[in-house]
Design a protein around this ligand. Structure first.
Ligand code: HEM
Ligand code: HEM
Length: 193
């Protein structure tokens, strides 16, 4: 046994939730961008002879985006749960991993990328909920702005980690670590499945 069932379940739930969170951001910044859609609303309305102010078009565009963005917050709650779940695993999980010092340079890098990811998950949850609960926490406008900037900077780590991680495990599976992806599915070590 390499990864316990509890750990594998955590990994896949976490992958789904993080991909979902990043997905909502990508939608917010592309198809559902309120600036782009406000322009479309204005142009289309003006084609049928209705002129509205840009501010109003932006309000409509934000209303269209709102139902989708709700999912950022729903998945945000799921992530908070998964962070607590992962912290519990630190104490109770019996998954077997090679010690850091026994790894070659490449594997050390891979492992570091996981540590940074755990840090990033934690920071995103804290900063995300700080924004979400801004009224309850009575946050000043400037503080909120700083937190949002921080949340967006850390976001970039996910944009780097996710493609590298997925491509990395696929390449490793093909090249010299046959079955590495299966270890995260069936929990067996590479030499006994
Ligand atoms: C992997 C985790 C997460 C990622 C990658 C992520 C990414 C982002 C990004 C990039 C933005 C800025 C969007 C924009 O203005 O264009 C954002 C905003 C936000 N996120 Fe997250 N987020 C994550 C987790 C969370 C969590 C756990 C919460 C907590 C509920 C949360 C709540 C928010 C809120 C409230 C905003 C501000 C939206 C606004 O200004 O209207 N996020 N997130
Ligand atoms: C969807 C495609 C994905 C596949 C096929 C995949 C596969 C794997 C595999 C095979 C491992 C073990 C690698 C090793 O032993 O070094 C692993 C570990 C890991 N994966 Fe993924 N993964 C995926 C998505 C994700 C996503 C989206 C995240 C989070 C953003 C993630 C986070 C992690 C973390 C943190 C570890 C390290 C676990 C530990 O040992 O503490 N994975 N993944």
């Amino acid at each position: 046994m390499k990864y316990t069932a509890a750990f594998r379940i955590w990994h896949w739930l976490n992958a789904i939730v993080v991909l979902g969170l990043v997905g909502t951001v990508l939608l917010r910044k592309s198809f559902l961008s309120y600036k782009t859609n406000a322009q479309i609303i204005m142009t289309k309305l003006s084609d049928i002879g209705v002129d509205i102010f840009e501010e109003d078009a932006r309000l409509i565009a934000k209303a269209i985006r709102a139902n989708m963005w709700e999912w950022h917050l729903i998945l945000g709650y799921a992530l908070a749960f998964l962070v607590v779940y992962r912290i519990a695993l630190m104490f109770f999980d019996k998954s077997k991993r090679d010690s850091f010092s026994s790894l070659d340079l490449h594997k050390k890098g891979v492992k570091l990328s996981y540590y940074f990811l755990y840090g990033a998950l934690f920071l995103m949850t804290l900063s995300g909920f700080a924004m979400y609960l801004r009224e309850e926490l009575v946050l000043a406008e400037a503080t909120l702005k700083n937190i949002k900037e921080f949340h967006e900077i850390v976001y970039n780590y996910f944009l780097i980690f996710i493609p590298l991680h997925i491509a990395g495990v696929v390449v490793a599976d093909i090249r010299d670590e046959h079955g590495i992806i299966s270890t995260m599915i069936n929990g067996k070590t590479k030499d006994n499945f």
